[in-house]
Write a protein that binds this ligand. Structure first.
Ligand SMILES: Nc1ncnc2c1ncn2[C@@H]1O[C@H](COP(=O)(O)OP(=O)(O)OP(=O)(O)O)[C@@H](O)[C@H]1O
Ligand SMILES: [Mg+2]
Length: 229
């Protein structure tokens, strides 16, 4: 469960104050697939990053699975990030000197849950996203879609209850986009909460709920219920 109460984020810039997030009050229940849609610059990544404990809000409260995220010390916050959240970033950000398998295993370094054989789990996850033949490949040997799929496998490594994904299908062809969205639907059906950010309104049919963002303001979009799930 994720709940925000009057969350604001402002940035002071040379040209003045920017309100990237304006008094957001949202509530996301366990098992939901929430899509956050909005134009470039509307504040989507800012919101996701605050929900994920990566960017501190200027004011307001974020409750994640009953914990007041921004009242925690750095150590507890990083434990929550490592064990309860999986991130798929706007740019996949795989480490260039590690192969795909090692990249997918990386989150175990930030989590106290001990996995008996992380390489076995990472291998299964990579097979699930269709990269079973790319375990030894390095990021520069993967296509854009493959990098995104590896990033999805990495986000699942610590078996988090919530997946936060920022434009995971950006720059992909329509078929690969659908493949990746189907992958998120499957992840969601396994019981994980998925919160995904996109500028692509057409993806609304994959989600159970759609929030829209405009100039930092989040609002509920009606009539977007998915008939597929
Ligand atoms: N570190 C920062 N300093 C100053 N302004 C920032 C900073 N980060 C974001 N912003 C501004 O906050 C606003 C929201 O940015 P954000 O990255 O959340 O948008 P977005 O909806 O994710 O856009 P996109 O679809 O292009 O990724 C923008 O006006 C952006 O310029
Ligand atoms: Mg963004």
């Amino acid at each position: 469960m994720i709940e925000t109460n009057e969350v604001m984020k402002t940035y002071e810039t040379l040209s003045g104050r920017i309100t990237a997030l304006d008094q957001a009050n949202i509530s996301i229940k366990d098992g939901e697939f929430v899509l956050i849609v909005g134009r470039s610059g509307s504040g989507k990544s800012t919101l996701l990053s605050i929900l994920g404990g990566l960017t501190r809000p200027s004011s307001g409260k974020v409750m994640l699975n009953g914990k007041d995220l921004w009242a925690m010390n750095d150590e507890d916050l990083s434990e929550v990030r490592g064990s309860e959240l999986g991130f798929v970033f706007q740019f996949p950000g795989l480490l260039p000197t590690l192969n795909t398998l090692e990249n997918v295993m990386l989150p175990t370094m930030f989590c106290s849950k001990v996995e008996e054989d992380p390489s076995e789990r990472a291998t299964i996850l990579l097979q699930t996203v269709g990269l079973g033949d790319k375990l030894d490949s390095f990021p520069n040997q993967l296509s854009g879609g493959e990098l995104k799929r590896a990033a999805i496998a990495r986000s699942l490594m610590n078996n988090p209850s919530i997946i936060l994904a920022d434009e995971p299908t950006g720059d992909l062809d329509v078929n690969t986009e659908k493949e990746i969205m189907d992958m998120f639907c499957r992840i969601n059906k396994l019981g994980k909460t998925v919160v995904m950010v996109t500028h692509n309104q057409d993806l609304a049919c994959f989600a159970s709920r759609v929030l829209s963002m405009e100039r930092g303001i989040v609002s509920e979009e009606e009539g977007q219920k998915c008939e597929r799930i």
